[in-house]
Design a protein around this ligand. Structure first.
Ligand code: ADP
Length: 609
């Protein structure tokens, strides 16, 4: 978790690095070998520059001595100079190799890590409950986690390694400079600290500002989506929403920009001022070394070496500042990713694959349900028994709780109070896979898959997805076969507009596809249709339900519909109002009762006269 509320400056500073460990862990899991190679190459590129600089110094000294000496010792100095040339060249070759190997490792890791993280995100998504997807904040985490999965973690690892390399470099330089003067080490060490601390501080601040703004950015992304996607564009044009939405988008931007501008200006100012401090210290040391050479306390070669070390040191300070500077964005991503991945999902599944009484059907016992964060119960104290072979119809106004009841039965949600039993076993005791196989359900907002027709129907029973006869039979029962035959490639026609040669269907045709999907599931014990027929004409609906009744003769069928011509055929009818069962009984019984059902039925019957 992010310790972002801490006001302690040390922990604020450390917070910049808190996700580096997680990122390295991810890279390690992706490929331990590549991580080790990267660490080694980092070590090599941290140690070698200082060594190369000092050999440069020894070379200059050898050349200078060769000037002054004569005879044999001049000869010896010449070979020594040559030796240093070769040694330095060798080390440079080694360092270039280390850098190149590191780049290659990074390229490979980027691809592997991107894929690994994407798969982790998707696998986690499979374990989530429906409620998570309806929770805007959590859903936002998922979307953001996916967006930059392939670049951010590696980027953070590279920056962490860069910092590691720069630190090694600074330490090795420190060791060399110590021989010149411990005070020089102290001076240069201290000179870089303010700039570094300021950078880390601003980076932390940027991180916190961005996290706080998550809701605003989400709104911006939403507006972008409405304005640019096919399903939003129709209304945006006809209701002339464009200006309104763009203005909202710009307003959010202006708000964000004001805060950002202040941070960028402060960051720029302090970066410059504190950077000057480091440069001043560097040039002071530069002059100091020069005067020491003039005074004869160090050789020309040592002077060359120390100056080179100073330069390297300054570069290392600048480069580590750049690394810290970019880290907050990576941290932002990683904090989001780790929160998403570590989100605890309660154990969803029991282990039983059979109930004690296969003839017991479905039983709702005092079931109530509140949606997360909602005060009003969507369902209140529901008691209901559905026996095998029985067909149940649920009627009620919009929002009366019909769909919620189905969501509880299919264990998309768990009741807040009360229990639901299937075959005498509470739903929570069932193995979730077995339970889902026993139930076939099509919701009114069923999915329109961008797949070919055959698969769009076949996914109703994944095991038989490619059994063409089975699919054709289901299509016939769902009355989709007629228009499928007219499609350019029949069952092989691509549906939707996302892919090449995709055919878009009308609302009613899509519903027939969805119904056919339900007919694929002829092995299920419970079949549920939640209003998927609104766009189908009444005659076709009646015929489809006839097929549905045949299919469900000794099973449980549950139908939600606003058409009484369909509802009246059910064995048992339940009228829901504001989450409670208002009336129940057969069609005839309910007409006798002369309550709400009778009123609505007569109203609709009148409309047809
Ligand atoms: P019906 O299917 O009868 O039209 P629902 O079961 O969909 O009604 O909804 C019942 C009540 O629950 C409504 O008041 C609705 O606003 C609320 N509701 C439905 N879905 C959600 C949800 N995902 N989150 C919060 N409240 C919801």
């Amino acid at each position: 978790m992010v310790k972002q509320t801490s006001s302690n400056p040390v922990s604020k500073f450390i917070s910049v690095f808190q996700y580096s460990g997680i990122a390295i862990g991810l890279v390690w899991d992706t490929s331990a070998a590549l991580t080790v190679v990267m660490a080694l190459t980092t070590l090599v590129s941290g140690i070698l520059p200082a060594a190369i600089a000092s050999i440069g110094g020894l070379f200059v000294d050898a050349v200078a001595s060769a000037f002054q000496e004569t005879g044999n010792s001049a000869q010896q100095m010449r070979s020594e100079a040559l030796y240093y040339v070769f040694l330095e060249a060798g080390l440079v070759v080694l360092m270039t190799a280390a850098q190149r190997i590191s780049t290659v490792c990074q390229s490979i890791l980027r691809v592997l890590l991107g894929n690994k993280i994407n798969v982790m995100i998707l696998e986690k998504a499979l374990t989530l409950e429906l409620a998570h997807f309806e929770d805007s904040e959590f859903y936002d985490k998922l979307v953001r986690a996916r967006r930059e999965a392939s670049s951010r973690p590696l980027s953070l690892v590279i920056k962490t390694f860069d910092l590691f390399r720069d630190s090694i470099l600074l330490v090795t330089i420190g060791i060399w400079l110590y021989q010149f003067s411990p005070y020089a080490v102290l001076l240069l060490g201290l000179a870089g600290v303010p700039a570094f601390l300021a950078e880390a501080r601003f980076s932390g601040e940027a991180f916190r500002i961005h996290r706080r703004r998550s809701a605003e950015r989400r709104l911006q992304i939403y507006l972008e989506m409405v304005l640019t996607r096919e399903d939003g564009v129709k209304e945006v044009k006809l209701l002339q929403l464009g200006k309104l939405f763009v203005q909202r988008y710009v307003d959010i931007f202006k708000n964000i920009y004001r805060e950002d501008k202040s941070l960028v200006l402060r960051r720029g100012f302090w970066g410059y001022v504190l950077g000057l401090l480091a440069s001043a210290a560097f040039y002071f040391a530069y002059g100091w070394v020069g005067f020491a050479a003039i005074a004869g306390t160090i050789t020309i070669g040592q002077m060359t070496m120390y100056i080179a070390q100073f330069r390297l040191g300054q570069n290392a300070v600048t480069s580590s500042l750049t690394a810290v500077n970019g880290m907050y964005e990576d941290n932002l991503y990683l904090s989001n990713l780790s929160e998403y991945l570590s989100h605890k999902v309660p154990e969803q599944t029991g282990s039983k694959i059979k109930g004690p009484d296969s003839g017991a059907g479905i039983l709702f016992e005092n079931v109530s349900f509140n949606y997360p964060g909602s005060e009003n119960p969507a369902l209140h104290n529901i008691n209901l028994h559905i026996r095998p072979g029985e067909s149940l119809a649920i009627v009620g106004e919009n929002g009366s709780g019909k769909t919620t009841l189905i969501k509880l039965l299919t264990r998309l949600y768990v009741p807040t109070e009360g229990k639901i039993f299937l075959e005498g076993l509470e739903l929570s005791g069932w193995d979730i896979g077995t339970l889902r196989q026993k139930i076939g359900v099509i919701f009114q907002d069923f999915s329109r898959y961008q797949l070919v027709v055959g698969e769009n129907i076949g996914i109703g029973d994944v095991k038989n997805i490619h059994q063409d006869d089975h699919v054709a039979d289901a299509a016939r029962k769902g009355m989709a076969d007629v228009f499928i035959r007219d499609l350019p490639a029949g069952y092989k026609t691509q549906l939707g507009t996302w892919f090449k040669d995709g055919k878009e269907l009308s609302g009613g045709q899509w519903q027939k596809i969805a119904l056919s999907r339900a007919f694929m599931r002829n092995q299920a014990d419970i079949l549920i249709l939640d209003e998927p027929t609104a766009a189908i004409d009444a005659k076709a609906e009646a015929e489809i339900f006839e097929h549905f009744r045949d299919l469900t003769a000794n099973k449980i069928s549950i139908i939600i519909s606003h058409r009484f011509s369909t509802v009246r055929r059910a064995d048992y009818i339940v009228v829901l109002e504001q989450g409670e069962i208002l009336e129940r009984g057969s069609h005839t019984e309910l007409l006798h009762l002369d309550g709400q059902y009778a009123t609505l039925f007569k109203l609709q019957a009148k409309g047809y006269q």
